[in-house]
Each structure stands twice: as C-alpha cells, then as structure tokens.
Design a protein around this ligand. Structure first.
Ligand code: UDP
Length: 193
C-alpha cells in the first residue's frame, strides 16, 4: 500500500473503493487493524506530540480525510486526488457490512445517540447486523470490553473524539480481538440528526 508522508504523518494514497477493498482484506485476515482519519488539524497536533504521531503512523490505514491533505499531495507531486472522509467511509463500510454479513458494534457519543444512528443506518441498509451499542461516557471499561468480546463483531466504530478514540483503540485492540477498528469522531451525532 502506497503511503505519502506529510510533516511526519503517513497518509494512504487510496480512494474510497480501494479503502473498502482493504476493509474486506482486513476482515478476512482477522488481524486487528485500525483506520484513522487524517486531516491538517491532526497533522499539526502531531507536530508537537511524538506519541500522537507514532500512534497515527501505527494505524493500518490513514485515510485522507481533509481537503488540506489532498492539496498537500497535489503540491508535492503525490497521488492523492480525492478525500475519503471518516463519515463517508463509515457509512460505506456499513453498506458493505449489510451486503457481506459483517457484524458491527458501535461505541461512543452521548447516551441514546448511537441507538438513533443505528436505527438510521439499519433503515438505510437492510440486513445490517449491529450486534452491540454502548455510549461513550462509561465508567466501567472492563464491562464495555467484555461486552464487545462477547458480541464478537467484525467491525468496531469508536466515537469518542480525536485523539481520545485513537488512544482507546490502540490501548485495547489486542484484547478485543476485533478485526477492524475505526475512530469516527462526531459521525454518530451527524447520522442521528
Ligand atoms: N464523546 C464520547 N466520550 C467522551 C468524549 C466524547 O463519547 O469521553 C463523543 C461525543 O459525544 C461526540 C464525539 O465523541 O459524539 C466527539 O465528537 P467531536 O466532533 O468532538 O470529535 P471530532 O470529530 O472533532 O474528533
């Protein structure tokens, strides 16, 4: 997979379809992998924060979420020509999940928001199998982790804001044993309306 690097942060030169193909591969291989959305704001934060930079670079896929990344690529003779935004990718992954039978777990946002978003997504993609939902203001992390393990999803979306969600994902991904993990920021608030 070709990755470009802007101020020390990797970004994959993939379009939406190519990212979705990678999603299929990751789920097939079952090796825990995470997707992170890269925009100029995150690149700037990562300038002053080596831990964050390493964390972003440790993801399997860094999607070109911000238009600033596309512009940087054009100016530097790179190959990135289109944005792959986090919310569009999340919705497209849900569509693919409904077609291929992947199990989805949604973690994050205020109580009730993920349930509403799940309803919207299930109405849009018939047969979408959402096996678990939890809000992002839990006190008992152990309970959340056990629930995810028990439901054994193929995909875990984490909506707790960035970079909190990315730190949560990397801290827990080995024990969760979920193939695909992705931070989705405020997407649930948008989808739930
Ligand atoms: N959130 C959460 N737990 C927290 C902090 C935030 O579930 O401890 C949720 C919040 O309710 C919102 C999302 O995370 O749904 C963060 O959205 P925001 O737009 O701030 O994130 P960004 O897209 O900027 O990363």
């Amino acid at each position: 997979m070709i990755k470009e690097n802007y101020l020390g942060v990797d970004v994959c030169a993939l379009n939406m379809e190519e990212v979705l193909d990678e999603v299929d591969n990751i789920i097939l291989q079952k090796k825990p992998s995470f997707i992170v959305a890269i925009n100029p704001e995150k690149i700037m934060k990562a300038q002053k924060d080596e831990n964050l930079r390493n964390l972003l670079n440790s993801a399997s896929i860094q999607i070109p979420d911000g238009v600033g990344v596309v512009i940087a690529s054009i100016l530097n003779g790179g190959r990135i020509r289109s944005r792959v935004t986090g919310i569009d990718l999340m919705i497209n992954i849900c569509e693919r999940a409904s077609k291929k039978g992947y199990k989805v777990y949604i973690l994050g946002a205020k109580p009730g928001v993920a349930e509403k978003a799940a309803k919207v997504l299930k109405n849009k993609f018939l047969g979408l199998n959402i096996v678990g939902i939890k809000d992002g203001y839990f006190k008992d992390e152990e309970e959340v982790i056990n629930d995810i393990k028990e439901k054994s999803p193929d995909i875990l979306f984490v909506a707790m804001g960035s970079p909190k969600q990315e730190y949560w994902i990397t801290r827990n991904m080995e024990k969760l044993n979920v193939p695909l993990l992705m931070g989705i920021g405020g997407s649930l608030d948008v989808i739930s309306g």
